[in-house]
Design a binder for this molecule. Structure first.
Ligand code: GLN
Length: 272
């Protein structure tokens, strides 16, 4: 299954969100520690989106089917040659994501579920307007098991589907629920409830941010929070050695810098 993270805080390069820490996302791509039987390597792509600390407003996005360790946008250090771009004789050459600084970043590495499309458009994060979204896991029996939920998605949105994957479908439902007036936390929680009811045993770790608030679910996959006074990381696996706490399985996290709330997602009543 994929690995993903959000970091909010002082401006940092987009590349550093993926490479910071002994167990950075770039390492989790080839040496994940908590895949819970959901695959062994995340080599089917890398994506990131960010809210830049300067420049035009809006969300920036980068997605590729390259494995993260081969993506030149991250610069040479991610390839493990130990080289910091700029060393040596030539002029400093930086990967594009080493030059963009942002106060909010969502990044993900992908391990495509068998039978699902491999394309840049199938890589998280998915973005539209205010929200960016990622999914770790799998919808059991997709697409038939959850086809009944498709009616919620406006036809024109469904026709613009970026890729034929369970994750894109979850993103379309999340977006449709927000457009229908649901709060993001309710949209995520009801999505887990409704998909689990139709496709029991699904792995539904959702992660969404609008650049200031993060909503995440832990549903049969690992999820960790590092809550600092001026910085917040939420990730599939801790990227550094200390300061992380694990989110209970079956819980929803609703967080901003300095404020993290976690509560169980009830399966008592589904929204429809
Ligand atoms: N099932 C999703 C996909 O194929 C997510 C994959 C994952 O978490 N490994 O894109």
């Amino acid at each position: 299954m994929c690995r993903h993270l959000v970091c909010l805080g002082p401006a940092r390069t987009v590349a550093s969100a993926a490479t910071h820490g002994r167990h950075a996302l770039a390492r989790q791509a080839w040496a994940p520690q908590q895949m819970r039987g959901g695959g062994t390597i995340n080599a089917d792509g890398f994506g990131a989106c960010w809210w830049a600390s300067d420049g035009p407003p809006g969300v920036g996005q980068h997605r590729t089917t390259l494995p993260i360790w081969s993506d030149p946008a991250l610069g040479r250090a991610v390839a493990g040659d130990g080289a910091d771009a700029g060393e040596g004789d030539g002029p400093a050459v930086r990967g594009a994501l080493e030059q963009i600084r942002a106060t909010a970043i969502l990044a993900a590495v992908r391990s495509a579920t068998a039978g699902m499309a491999v394309s840049a458009q199938a890589c998280a994060p998915f973005t539209d307007g205010r929200w960016a979204f990622s999914h770790n896991g799998v919808v059991r029996g997709w697409p038939g098991s959850v086809a009944g939920l498709a009616a919620e998605i406006p036809a024109a949105e469904a026709m613009r589907s970026e890729a034929a994957t369970d994750s894109v479908f979850l993103w379309q439902l999340f977006r449709a629920r927000i457009a229908a007036g649901l709060d993001a936390a309710d949209a995520a929680a009801t999505l887990v409830q409704d998909v689990e009811a139709r496709a029991p045993g699904s792995r539904l770790n959702l992660l969404a941010t609008d650049g200031e608030r993060v909503v995440g679910t832990a549903w049969r996959h690992s999820l960790w929070v590092h809550d600092m006074p001026d910085e917040l990381w939420i990730a599939s696996e801790p990227t550094t050695d200390a300061g992380w706490s694990e989110v209970d399985d079956g819980a929803l996290v609703d967080a901003r810098i300095g404020h993290v709330r976690s509560e169980p997602i009830s399966m008592a009543a589904t929204s429809r």
